[in-house]
Ligand binder design. Structure first.
Ligand SMILES: C=C(O[C@@H]1C=C(C(=O)O)C=C[C@H]1O)C(=O)O
Length: 305
């Protein structure tokens, strides 16, 4: 049975939850990125921010993962980071909607997402939000940069490669534009790149970095005040034959005992609006906030800016 709304992960009262950078600071970095995009050196960059929370007792990673896994449209992951960091009670937990690459024999598949809208509990508003996203020129352009990047990298390894999209895809809390990419690898068996090798070729895609990649990475290093840790990385598995599934490590949090760090980012392209990007990151936090039962506090803090 899945964990209910038990109190073991509830944060201390009064809540301690601080955004880093603040929404205002983040909006200013979006403006800086837009200024760089205007020069023509950069077409897209994904800027991320964090929420730092502290509980009055250790956060239970298994209960948190169980709650996240109630959304069947995402892949929930839980990794014990203690052997890597040497810290006790150090976990990565997340629920990603984005397939980076899957390989089964010669067949490969990818499902990039980019372009986002918050879902609504009101069915009419929810449908309107999805429809508006599907028609948004800015989001379609932002999305195409990711698809083109992935197709360009995979094409030399394939005899056939096709894409279908963008179409609406959803999680419990977000709408996204998604494209389904299917291909047949040129080589078979030992000569073919494994799923992990394909993931390494693709990572980081413009869903988490940008275009051109080097300029985007430099902008991220200059404008993001925090290390991303495992956020934006790749998470998955390969079998002995090199078949496997790799996902983009999104919608995640790092637990360090009583402390939890939530991550979310948004793609910035010409035409992006700083306040809308703040709202988008806030919407992307919601699934994790709900799972740690932090949403009301976070919403209040973000609205108080
Ligand atoms: C960067 C994130 O998500 C990625 C960015 C998106 C966007 O900018 O619209 C949409 C889905 C993901 O590819 C995140 O969840 O932190």
């Amino acid at each position: 049975m899945l964990a209910g709304s038990g109190s073991s992960e509830r944060l201390a009262s009064p809540p301690v939850l601080s955004p880093s950078p603040s929404p205002d600071h983040y909006a200013r970095t979006v403006l800086q990125a837009l200024a760089q995009i205007e020069t023509g050196d950069l077409h897209k960059v994904v800027l991320a921010r964090q929420l730092h929370g502290r509980s009055d007792r250790p956060v239970d990673p298994v209960a948190l993962a169980s709650r996240l896994a109630q959304d069947r449209s995402v892949l929930t992951y839980l990794v014990d980071l203690s052997p890597i960091s040497g810290l006790a009670d150090n976990w990565l937990v997340g629920a990603t909607p984005e397939l980076l690459i899957a390989r089964q024999g010669r067949h490969i598949q990818s499902n990039p997402l980019a372009g986002s809208a918050k879902r609504s509990a009101d069915p009419w508003r929810d449908e309107q939000a999805g429809r508006a996203l599907l028609q948004s020129e800015k989001d379609i352009r932002e999305h195409a940069l990711v698809v083109d990047y992935i197709m360009d990298i995979l094409a030399p390894h394939c005899t056939s490669l096709s894409s279908k999209g963008p179409a609406l895809q959803s999680t419990a809390s977000m709408w996204h534009l998604g494209t389904r990419i299917d291909g047949e690898l040129r080589e078979e068996g030992d000569g073919a790149p494994s799923a992990a090798a394909l993931a390494a070729m693709l990572h980081p895609t413009p869903a988490v970095a940008g275009v051109p990649k080097a300029a985007a990475m430099a902008t991220i290093a200059a404008l993001e005040p925090n290390s991303r840790g495992f956020y934006g990385g790749a998470i998955g598995w390969d079998d002995a034959a090199g078949d496997g599934h790799w996902y983009v490590a999104l919608r995640c949090a790092e637990i360090r005992g009583r402390d939890i760090i939530l991550h979310a980012g948004a793609g910035i392209v010409a035409g992006s609006d700083p306040d809308a990007e703040v709202a988008e990151t806030q919407a992307k936090f919601q699934a994790m906030l709900r799972a740690v039962q932090l949403n009301d506090m976070a919403a209040q803090q973000e609205l108080d800016r």
